[in-house]
Design a protein around this ligand. Structure first.
Ligand SMILES: [Cu+2]
Length: 232
C-alpha cells in the first residue's frame, strides 16, 4: 500500500512537468517542421541588434497559406505578408522596428506545394551588450570593408541608416559577399554579390536598422564571416 502513494505522486509530477514544459519552457528548444532545413536567425542565435526579418528555408516548394509569428514581451513583431522566394523554397516575414533586449519565440506553419503542412518553432535572443565588439563606423555615408587574409576587415561594424557599404577584394583568391544562411543566401538577397576577383568591389546601401550577417560562400569552412549592424 505504501508504494502506491509515491507512485501516484511521481505520476502527478510527470504531468505537472509536462504542463510546465509546454507552457513556460517552450522557447527552450527547437521543433522543426518536416522538410525544414535552416533559418535566419538560427534557433538559439544571439543577435547584437534585431534581425530585419525571419527567413525559413525548406527542401521542397512552398505554397501560399504559410504563416510566421515572432513574439517577444507579449507582442507580435512579425509584420506584413509572408513572402515566398528563392524559387519558392524560402519564406520570410519582415519584423517591426523597436525590438529590445530579450528572447523572441518563432512559430511557423509551412504549407507545402504538395498540399501537406508542417509546424515548427524556434527562438532567438537580442543582447545589445554584444555591440561592444563592433567597430563604430556610424555617421558616415560610405564604409569600406576589405577582403584580405580570407577575412572581412572590419569583421563587425555598426553603421548609420543609409550607409553605402563597399566590399573590396584585395587578394588573389576570389571572394563573394553572401547573405545568411549558407548555402541558401535568402535573408537579404540584395547582399549577394557575384564572384569578386582581386581589385573588384561590391556595394549595397542598407537603410533598415537591424543586423545583417554575411559570409563568403567560397570560404565559409574557413570562417570568412562578417556582421553589420545598422543602428539608428
Ligand atoms: Cu572568400
Amino acid at each position: 500500500m505504501r508504494i502506491k502513494v509515491p507512485g501516484l505522486l511521481v505520476a502527478l509530477l510527470i504531468v505537472a512537468c509536462s504542463v510546465l514544459a509546454a507552457g513556460c519552457g517552450e522557447t527552450a528548444g527547437e521543433v522543426k517542421a518536416p522538410r525544414f532545413t535552416d533559418s535566419t536567425p538560427m534557433a538559439g542565435d544571439v543577435y547584437a541588434a534585431q534581425p530585419v526579418n525571419v527567413t525559413l528555408n525548406f527542401q521542397v516548394d512552398l505554397a501560399r497559406g504559410s504563416s510566421i509569428s515572432v513574439v517577444g514581451a507579449g507582442e507580435e513583431w512579425a509584420t506584413g505578408p509572408v513572402l515566398i522566394e528563392d524559387q519558392s523554397t524560402a519564406m520570410k516575414r519582415a519584423l517591426k522596428q523597436g525590438m529590445r533586449e530579450g528572447e523572441y519565440s518563432v512559430r511557423y506553419t509551412a504549407r507545402y506545394a504538395s498540399g501537406s503542412t508542417g509546424e515548427g518553432r524556434s527562438f532567438f535572443r537580442i543582447d545589445p551588450a554584444m555591440l561592444a565588439d563592433y567597430e563604430d563606423l556610424q555617421g558616415r555615408s560610405q564604409v569600406t570593408i576589405r577582403m584580405t587574409g580570407l577575412a572581412f576587415l572590419p569583421r563587425l561594424a555598426v553603421v548609420s541608416p543609409g550607409t553605402t557599404i563597399t566590399w573590396v577584394n584585395e587578394e588573389q583568391a576570389a571572394h563573394f559577399v553572401n547573405t545568411e544562411t549558407h548555402p541558401e543566401h535568402t535573408y537579404v538577397p540584395e547582399m549577394n554579390s557575384k564572384e569578386l576577383k582581386q581589385g573588384e568591389s561590391f556595394s549595397v546601401t542598407l537603410e533598415t536598422p537591424g543586423q545583417y550577417d554575411y559570409h563568403c560562400s567560397a570560404h565559409y569552412p574557413q570562417g570568412m564571416k562578417g556582421s553589420i549592424v545598422v543602428a539608428e
